[in-house]
Design a protein around this ligand. Structure first.
Ligand code: CAA
Length: 258
């Protein structure tokens, strides 16, 4: 049984981490399956992705503690790299990725959510980096992404104290964009994915690249990154189509990702 399910719905897709007996905890098998599922996405037709967890209780309850418990320092570093490589793949995926956080998002679960572009959650979601209570640091990007996503002092408080926070607090600190009743979460995430997938994909992808790459450099370099991506949109089918639809007051647009 694959531990990652994948369903294409029109121009977006839903990927589900499915290891319910361990609250979707990430062992090597899940990380391998997730990596393979990401590699198999057909970006010519899939224009946005939702990632969620199987069941009503957990998004992902972290990296697998049983698997980690006997690792040597070298194996620990390699396991961190394995997770980081997959999460970086998500972060730099050409298309926008929405995390639909449907319960526990602890340790590697919060780190998975943070590698996505946008986080939405259910009202039973619980976020945290409990690693120091296990005698380790966050290992799949938590020290880096949390400190970039929320104020540095808040990130440090959460990581140093292993304190978990509920959905409303996650919203208050900007870790998630919105909180939904449990049954409304996936429909809301899919609605957002569908709305993104209705826009010109080449432009959406260029926006993702501009934001991500621009944030890693100073403003002088960042605006050049934007100028180049902005320029790359012109004379594409989708730029001509989008502007023609506006100028001729036509509502329907036929974007083709070219
Ligand atoms: N690793 C391995 N197994 C896990 C797991 C994890 N991270 N989280 C849950 N499970 C397993 C439990 O061992 C249990 O299995 P058994 O039925 O075989 O005993 C099953 O999932 C159900 O879990 P609980 O009985 O504990 O369920 P609960 O509702 O009472 O508690 C919970 C839920 C609060 C999430 C609790 O399971 C928990 O605290 N899990 C660990 C959370 C955690 O510390 N995550 C961080 C891991 S470290 C990490 O992620 C490092 C990194 O950055 C890479």
């Amino acid at each position: 049984m694959p531990t990652v399910l994948y369903e294409v719905k029109g121009n977006y897709a839903v990927m589900t981490i499915s290891r319910p007996k361990a609250l979707n905890a990430l062992n090597s098998e899940v990380l391998n399956d997730l990596n393979a599922a990401l590699d198999a996405i057909d970006f010519s037709t899939v224009w946005a992705l939702v990632i969620t967890g199987d069941g009503a209780k957990s998004f992902v309850a972290g990296a697998d503690i049983a698997e980690m418990s006997t690792l040597t320092p070298e194996e620990g570093e390699a396991f961190g790299k394995k997770g980081n490589d997959v999460f970086r793949k998500i972060e730099t995926l050409p298309i926008p990725v929405i995390a639909a956080v449907n319960g526990f998002a602890l340790g590697g679960g919060n780190e998975l959510a943070m590698s996505c572009d946008i986080r939405l959650c259910s009202d039973n979601a619980l976020f945290g980096q409990p690693e120091v209570g296990l005698g380790i640091t966050p290992g799949f990007g938590g020290t880096q992404r949390l400190a970039r996503l929320v104020p540095k002092g808040i990130a440090k408080e959460l990581i140093y104290s292993a304190k978990n926070i509920k959905a409303d607090e996650a919203k208050a600190i900007g870790l998630v964009n919105a909180v939904y009743a449990q049954e409304e979460l996936l429909p809301a995430a899919e609605k957002l994915a569908a709305k993104i997938a209705k826009q010109a994909p080449i432009a959406v992808r260029a926006c993702k690249k501009a934001i991500n790459e621009g944030l890693d450099v100073d403003m002088d370099k960042a605006i050049v990154i934007e100028e180049k991506l902005f320029g790359s949109c012109f004379k594409t089918h989708d730029q001509i189509e989008g502007m023609d639809a506006f100028l001729t007051k036509r509502k329907e647009k036929n974007f083709i990702n070219a």
